[in-house]
Design a protein around this ligand. Structure first.
Ligand code: MN
Ligand code: MN
Length: 317
């Protein structure tokens, strides 16, 4: 018998790299989880982007692994524009030392030149206008109510953590209006940033829903998400937010939230990314399933973790 070694290799316990970082502050742990959660949700959802829930059921059953594929023919664990635009924005914030519209516009422009795997129509149109005019703020438009500014807003939430709401909202507008100058997009961005910051501070989900989601719906009733189940959410930011908020507040752990939201189909990489960001901030790093962390593009995972640490300035006590 010559295969004893192989048997041992097959049965020896697999030593996994630990994902717990006890020396991290709770805020940093949640910030990293939000960023990696964004990437995990993007990679998970991209496989089923533009499918209907029925098509997903027929083709896959319940979609719950980072298998790649989809209309973009991705590698397993590969992310799309939702994550790479956030990373481009985050780099511009770290380099500039603040959220700056021109720095963000230039970063997005460089990102577009590098031929990303996917790009939203509104993003493309307004970045081409930026190239022509040099003006980093797009003109206000009713047509710009896509989810493209909301999906990449996380670096602003981290950079502005601990700052007054007014300052934070100015920063939110600066990044968002480069490509999406629209009141519905603004309202979604505000809600997401404030929710992430609430969870970094350890606030309770019931309170966060009442205050942040409640305020969004009170101010703009079109966002109401308590009635009909939102399947096939489009890139319209209202539909995206409805699907995300339904999944996020109806589940009590990271995995269930992401599986629920991406199996609704539609703009699933973006609902996955936004839900992953919120769920990471709420549940922390250890709540992200190991199998998703292991399959996620590791270079992307590292950049997300490093940016989270660089953007989250130490809060003075
Ligand atoms: Mn995408
Ligand atoms: Mn998408």
């Amino acid at each position: 018998m010559f295969w004893t070694g192989e048997l041992i290799a097959k049965t020896a316990p697999v030593r996994r790299r630990t994902v717990a970082f006890p020396e991290r502050s709770p805020q940093l742990d949640r910030a990293m989880a939000a960023y990696v959660g964004l990437a995990v949700g993007d990679a998970l959802g991209a496989t089923v982007e533009f499918l209907t829930p029925n098509e997903i059921r027929q083709q896959i059953g319940v979609h719950g692994n980072l298998t790649g594929g989809g209309w973009l023919r991705l590698k397993a664990g590969q992310v799309t524009d939702d994550t790479t635009m956030a990373l481009a924005l985050g780099e511009s914030i770290i380099a500039a030392g603040s959220v700056d519209a021109r720095a963000a516009a230039e970063a997005f422009d460089a990102w577009m030149r590098a031929k990303p795997v996917d790009i939203g129509n509104t993003v493309r149109r307004n970045l081409i206008t930026f190239r022509q005019t040099g003006q980093p703020e797009a003109a206000a438009s009713e047509h710009d109510a896509g989810n493209g500014a909301a999906m990449r807003v996380l670096p602003v939430a981290l950079k502005c953590y601990g700052q007054p709401e007014k300052t934070t909202k100015i920063a939110i507008r600066a990044q968002a209006h480069v490509t999406h100058h629209n009141a519905l997009s603004d309202a979604a961005c505000d809600t997401l940033v404030l929710m992430v910051q609430d969870f970094l501070a350890g606030r309770d989900a019931i309170e966060v829903e009442r205050q942040r989601a409640g305020q969004l719906v009170a101010e703009l009733p079109v966002f109401a998400y308590d009635k009909k189940r939102r399947d096939n959410p489009s890139g319209f930011v209202v539909e995206t937010m409805q699907a995300v908020l339904q999944s996020f507040f109806a589940t009590d752990n990271f995995e269930d939230c992401l599986i629920d939201v991406v199996n609704r189909g539609g703009d699933a990489d973006t609902t996955g990314a936004i839900a992953g960001m919120l769920a990471g901030a709420r549940y922390g790093y250890q709540a992200i399933p190991r199998r998703w962390l292991a399959t996620l593009d590791q270079a992307i995972r590292l950049r997300c973790e490093q940016q989270a640490a660089a953007l989250l300035a130490p809060v003075e006590t």
